[in-house]
Ligand binder design. Structure first.
Ligand SMILES: O=C(O)c1ccccc1N[C@@H]1O[C@H](COP(=O)(O)O)[C@@H](O)[C@H]1O
Length: 234
């Protein structure tokens, strides 16, 4: 199970969260968000990560120009880009061609079942799909949940991440209902926007490991936690 914790703003918290065994850290590159971090600050967080922590570094953008995305990737040493706005499949393809070695994640904000039908149009142009809850005024980090039952058989044709209002308390319920290859959390593991609660991240990892043990009948958590970006582009 790939676990991405998004909205990291502080080097010490990025480092501590990486040491808890998450697969990816997310950085909000959207100036209007209370979780915004400037590229130089992301770089400082990345440089503070323990060298042994193999953690993906994801920049989150909303309808940003390609040149801006390229600049931030270079300055901040990102390994992945998450497009969280109204980017089209063609727009995703342009980012993919400009940044061929960077994982491309496209977020769809799910308003109803019709949004899920769009997924197949994106799959050929991206590495990973992410489903977040729809909010009329905000792009993300809202804490609103999806209808997980609707996602029971969801298969977009590429790996997908479940986001939207996940917490240590509801993650097992969500993962029994839907079957993503990974999850993404922001507000469910923080004290206030951008200030992560390490205790909640620890509880989250415990809840996922417990579910993995229950489902496999094993005592090892490694099979269930820790997958990094999909190697599906060769
Ligand atoms: O977190 C933000 O402020 C944000 C701003 C703009 C686009 C995306 C943003 N966050 C993404 O929101 C989802 C889920 O958040 P939550 O767990 O419901 O709080 C996650 O994918 C973040 O990357």
């Amino acid at each position: 199970m790939r676990v991405k914790i998004c909205g990291i703003t502080q080097p010490a918290q990025g480092r501590a969260i990486a040491q808890l065994g998450v697969s990816a850290l997310g950085f909000i590159c959207v100036a209007a968000s209370p979780r915004y971090v400037a590229p130089a600050q992301i770089r400082a967080i990345v440089e503070a990560l323990p060298p042994e922590a193999l953690v993906d570094r994801v920049g989150v953008f909303v309808d940003a120009p390609l040149e801006e995305i390229q600049q931030v990737v270079a300055i901040a040493q990102l390994t992945a880009v998450q497009l969280h706005g109204n980017e089209s499949p063609d727009g995703c393809q342009r980012v993919r061609e400009a940044l061929p070695h960077i994982e491309l994640i496209k977020a769809l904000r799910v308003r109803d079942a019709a949004t899920l039908d769009l997924a197949h149009r994106y799959a050929p142009h991206i590495d990973t799909l992410l489903l977040d809850a729809y909010h009329p005024h905000l792009y993300g980090g809202t804490g609103a949940t999806l209808d997980w039952a609707m996602l029971r058989d969801f298969d977009p044709g590429c790996p997908w991440l479940l986001a939207g209002g996940l917490t240590p308390d509801n993650v097992q319920h969500a993962l029994r209902a839907a079957h993503p290859y990974g999850i993404d959390l922001s507000s469910g593991v923080e004290r206030s926007p951008g200030d992560k609660d390490l205790g909640l991240v620890e509880r989250l990892m415990g809840a996922i490991a417990q579910l993995g043990r229950q489902e496999s009948g094993s005592t090892a958590q490694d099979d269930f936690i820790g997958a990094r970006s999909p190697e599906n582009r060769e």
